[in-house]
Design a protein around this ligand. Structure first.
Ligand code: HEM
Ligand code: HEM
Length: 226
C-alpha cells in the first residue's frame, strides 16, 4: 500500500522570512513541493543504490575473457547482476506511471512538454537566485532536480539495456556497438552517482531532512507536528 505522510517544512524553511509577494510569485513560476516517499519508491531506490554502485565497482576489477577462455567470477557476477538491474530499473519506471502523490513520469522526463520545460527553466532561475544570495539550492524535489533524477535513471537504463544487448547478441556487430555505448555511458553514470549522492549528503549536513525522506521512515515528521 502506498502510505505517504505529509511533511512539515525543513529546518531551513522554518528559518526563512515569512511569505512575501515575490516568494509566492517565485513558487508559482517554479512549482515545487516537499514530497513524501512511499515505501515502494524507497525500496526501489534502495535496490538501485545496491545495484548501480555495485556494477560500477565490479567493472573496475573484472576482466573480459579472451575468446575460448572461461569468464572470471566477477565478470559473471557483473553480467547477471546487470540483468537483474534491468528488472529493477524497469520496475522503477513502471512505478512512476502508477504511483500517486509523488514525482510523476512527466516531471522526471520533461523534455517533450513545453510547460514542463518552462517549469524546469523557472526552477533553474530560482535556484540561481538562491545561490547568488549565498544560499544552498532548494531540497524540495523541484522541477529541475526531478529532470536531473530522470536523466540519471535514463543513464542507468541505458547501461542495463546496452549490457543486456551485448549479453544476448554476443559475437554480433550489434553487441560490439552496444558494448562501446555501455562504456561511453558509464562515465555519465559515474558522474551522476557522485553529483547526486554528494548533493544529497551536503543537503543533509546543512540540516535538510532529504535523506530521512528517502531512507529512514521513522524520522519522517508527523502531520500533527505542523
Ligand atoms: C545498471 C547496469 C550496469 C552498469 C551500471 C554497468 C557498468 C559497467 C561499467 C562501468 C563498465 C566498465 C566500462 C569501461 O570499461 O569503460 C562495464 C563494462 C562491462 N559491462 Fe556493464 N554495467 C551494467 C550492466 C551490464 C549488463 C546487464 C551486462 C551484460 C549482461 C554487462 C556487461 C558488461 C561487459 C561485458 C563489460 C565490458 C568489460 C570489459 O570489456 O572489460 N553490464 N559495465
Ligand atoms: C546510481 C545510483 C542512484 C540512482 C540511479 C538514483 C536515482 C534516484 C532517482 C530516480 C530519484 C528520484 C526519485 C523519485 O522522484 O521518486 C532519486 C532521489 C533521491 N536519491 Fe537517489 N539514486 C542513486 C543513488 C543515491 C545515493 C547514493 C543517495 C544518497 C547518498 C541517494 C539519495 C537520494 C535522495 C535523498 C533522493 C531524494 C531527492 C529529493 O527529494 O529531491 N541516491 N534518486
Amino acid at each position: 500500500m502506498n502510505t505517504i505522510t505529509p511533511l512539515k517544512p525543513s529546518a531551513r524553511d522554518r528559518l526563512s522570512p515569512p511569505d512575501s509577494v515575490s516568494s509566492r510569485a517565485q513558487r508559482a513560476a517554479s512549482p515545487r513541493r516537499i514530497v513524501g516517499r512511499s515505501w515502494v519508491t524507497r525500496a526501489l531506490h534502495l535496490l538501485l543504490l545496491l545495484a548501480v554502485p555495485g556494477q560500477l565497482a565490479s567493472s573496475e576489477f573484472m576482466r573480459r575473457p579472451f575468446p575460448g577462455d572461461p569468464p572470471g567470477s566477477l565478470y559473471v557476477l557483473h553480467e547477471y547482476a546487470g540483468l537483474a538491474s534491468l528488472a529493477v530499473v524497469g520496475a522503477f519506471w513502471a512505478w512512476t506511471l502508477v504511483r500517486r502523490g509523488e514525482t510523476r513520469l512527466g516531471r522526471l522526463l520533461p523534455w517533450l512538454s513545453a510547460s514542463r520545460l518552462r517549469d524546469a527553466a523557472a526552477d533553474i532561475a530560482a535556484q540561481a537566485r538562491r545561490m547568488a544570495r549565498g544560499r544552498m539550492p532548494d531540497d524540495e524535489d523541484g522541477a529541475f532536480a526531478s529532470a536531473v533524477h530522470g536523466l540519471g535513471l535514463l543513464g542507468v537504463t541505458a547501461m542495463a539495456v546496452t549490457g543486456s544487448i551485448f549479453f544476448l547478441m554476443s559475437g554480433t556487430p550489434v553487441a560490439h556497438a552496444a558494448l562501446a555505448l555501455h562504456k561511453l555511458i558509464a562515465n555519465l553514470v559515474w558522474a551522476y552517482l557522485f553529483a547526486h549522492a554528494g548533493l544529497a549528503v551536503l543537503h543533509h549536513l546543512l540540516g535538510s531532512d532529504i535523506l530521512s525522506r528517502m531512507f529512514w521512515p521513522g524520522r519522517r515528521r508527523r502531520p500533527e507536528a505542523r
